[in-house]
Ligand binder design. Structure first.
Ligand code: ADP
Length: 607
């Protein structure tokens, strides 16, 4: 090994860089301390064995340049074994014996290179972010001009030419109202930043944008404000959606609050979340007292609420989570019964779990009432039709019977003249004659019943009619152990009526009452005036009427009387027809096995 000056070697050892010297056959002649620390002892070994653990020279080695051309060469190399980047200088040195060696100097620049790489990549990232960010990014001057903007902001405001955009006066050309920019700068200069500042900007085409601005202040080295930088989010579509959602919500809210049906919503614990105006009216609970404060089980009973939930969960009541038109009666605090139909459904979340339930209650009070009235009217109409038909039939029969009857009567009269009054047969003949006369009288009545319109109407005192009939019936009532009590007003007013028809009505009533009290009882006849109408009440303590017969007793041909001789079921239907014909009404109440009470209502003449 050629001799090197020891002093020079000390200097080389003190270097922070790795230094070694090789002879022209790649043998390491010298390695400084730092080089040994990096690659281990190497003197006497081939440089490439030490550096890259290879049996061939390193591909960056400039052997030729140094040993042949006697030139110095600088390069940058990466050595994998130590994972470091070096700035390499290879230079020829002349030994004392005039031979050439190569000195290689490895300066570790790993940190610097990596930092630079990082810096470069982060600069590139920022540039990419700036260019491709989904929101607008800007740097602006304090005076109110954009200094730089990203393409998104340019596009957002409808500009193609960036220079045109950068020449805009922000307060005048971009802000819808210059005052907004003043307000924005005041806030940002006071606090150093603005976050989500809502403001309206104007696009190049004049359309308005709803902007959300977040920015900070840029200062110079002296701490003076240079301008601002930040991001711009276009809120226009979101605002539009918000408005649409609000409109839809308001619309729904109006529908719910104007619905004539009660609408309610509950969470799965039963806590009421929605209670519309109709629910307030129908159930009598104010929304403010109910929403978030009451459980549906407090309104309906626990039993009803659970029952409704069970039915909703059962497919057969309207499908999964649905209940269709379930009749529900509800008793209000004031005791009033609300009759209606409940339809309900369960709301599910995305996973199919139960979220809430909604109910719609239709109050059927008025509908049911109308239906009832309609049913009664239909019934009465039917009754009138039946009566009319019966009237026609009766009149035909009466007509047909009239002539033969008079024939028989004449024959009997004739026979009477031929039989002496002392003759036993004469009495039989008289009896036959009187029965025939009764029959003729009945036929006459039948004819008059069937022609109510032609019947003469006169002002009648009901008390007189009842008294007259009582005189006839008194004996029969007594014989049947029926105690009659009369409680008639002294002046019941006058009724414009057919006396015969009224008589027929009371005869029917009395006969029925008598039939209903085979073992005796009491009959009470009273009257009173209510709102211009005379009420005549006939109450007996007889067999009473079965509840399911109540609706039928005024029907023609309805009878419970066994023997066909006793009843054909026309009595009450005739009464009903007469009373209705007089502008009145007739009602019945009864307790089976106890009593029956008929009330006849007739308008008082002149009232
Ligand atoms: P009829 O007397 O021919 O049966 P009505 O039309 O007069 O026909 O009466 C119909 C039915 O109404 C009777 O069969 C009877 O069942 C019932 N009814 C009428 N009046 C009374 C009463 N006072 N007490 C009990 N049932 C009565």
């Amino acid at each position: 090994m050629p001799a090197h000056k020891p002093r020079l070697l000390d200097v080389l050892n003190a270097f922070e860089d790795g230094i070694y010297i090789i002879s022209n056959d790649y043998t390491i002649e010298y390695m400084n301390k730092h080089m040994e620390e990096l690659f281990g002892e190497g003197i006497g070994k081939k440089c490439y064995e030490v550096l890259i653990q290879s049996d061939k020279p390193c591909n960056w080695c400039k052997y030729d340049k140094v040993f042949i051309n006697n030139e110095t060469h600088h390069s940058e190399v990466y050595i994998e074994s130590v994972d470091k980047i070096f700035a390499l200088s290879e230079l020829p040195i002349t030994n004392q014996d005039a031979t050439i060696s190569k000195l290689s100097l490895y300066r570790d620049i790993t940190h610097t290179v990596r930092q630079e790489e990082k810096l470069k990549s982060s600069r590139e990232s920022y540039q990419t972010l700036f260019t491709h960010a989904g929101c607008g990014v800007f740097i602006s001057s304090k005076q109110g001009r954009f200094l730089d903007v990203n393409p998104t902001l340019l596009k957002m405001l409808g500009y193609r030419d960036k220079d045109e955009f950068l020449s805009l006066d922000l307060a005048r050309d971009v802000y819808l109202s210059p005052k907004d920019r003043r307000e924005y700068t005041e806030i940002i200069e006071k606090t150093g930043q603005v976050v989500d500042y809502e403001v309206k900007w104007r696009r190049r085409d004049g359309n308005i944008l709803h902007i959300l601005l977040t920015s900070t202040v840029r200062y110079d080295t002296n701490g003076d404000i240079l301008g601002y930088e930040g991001i711009v989010v276009d809120q226009t579509r979101r605002k539009k959606h918000q408005n649409e959602i609000k409109e839809a919500y308001d619309f729904m809210d109006k529908i719910i609050s104007c619905s004539p049906n009660a609408i309610m919503a509950m969470d799965m614990m039963g806590i009421i979340k929605l209670w519309n105006k109709s629910a307030e009216d129908i159930f009598g609970f104010k929304s403010a007292k109910v929403v978030e404060k009451m459980n549906i089980q407090q309104i309906f009973s626990i039993k009803v609420a659970n029952n409704v939930m069970d039915m909703m969960r059962d497919e057969k009541f309207g499908g999964r989570g649905r209940l269709n038109s379930y009749p529900l009666n509800f008793k209000k605090n004031n005791g009033e019964i609300v009759e209606g139909n409940l339809s309900a459904s369960i709301l599910y979340d995305d996973k199919g779990d139960e979220l809430a339930s909604v109910g719609l209650f239709v109050d059927l009070k008025e509908r049911l009432q109308t239906e009832r009235e309609l049913g009664e009217a239909r019934q009465h109409l039917l009754q009138s039709e039946k009566l009319a038909a019966m009237g026609r039939l009766t009149s035909q029969i009466a007509h047909e019977l009239n002539n033969p009857l008079f024939g028989i009567m004449n024959t009997l009269e004739l026979m009477k003249t031929e039989i002496s009054p002392q003759n036993k047969r004469r009495r039989l003949l008289d009896m036959s004659l009187s029965e025939i006369e009764r029959l003729a009288d009945m036929l006459k009545k039948m004819l008059s019943f069937s022609k109510p319109d032609q019947d003469k109407r006169i002002e009648v005192n009901i008390n007189v009619v009842i008294d007259e009939l009582m005189m006839l019936y008194e004996k029969r009532f007594r014989e049947n152990s029926i105690k009659v009590s009369m409680n008639l007003m002294e002046n019941p007013g006058l009724i414009k009526a057919s006396r015969d028809q009224l008589r027929q009505v009371f005869i029917n009533m009395f006969s029925n009452a008598m039939y209903a009290m085979p073992d005796g009882g009491s009959l009470e006849i009273s009257n009173k005036i209510v709102s211009g109408k005379l009420y005549i009440i006939i109450k007996d303590t007889g067999t009473g009427i079965k509840p399911d017969h109540m609706k039928k007793i005024f029907d023609s041909f309805f009878t419970t009387k066994k023997e066909s001789v006793q009843g054909v079921g026309l009595g009450l239907s005739v009464c009903y027809g007469f009373i209705k014909d007089h502008g009145g009404d007739i009602k019945v109440e009864s307790q089976e096995g106890q009593w029956t009470e008929f009330t006849i209502m007739l308008p008082i003449a002149g009232k």
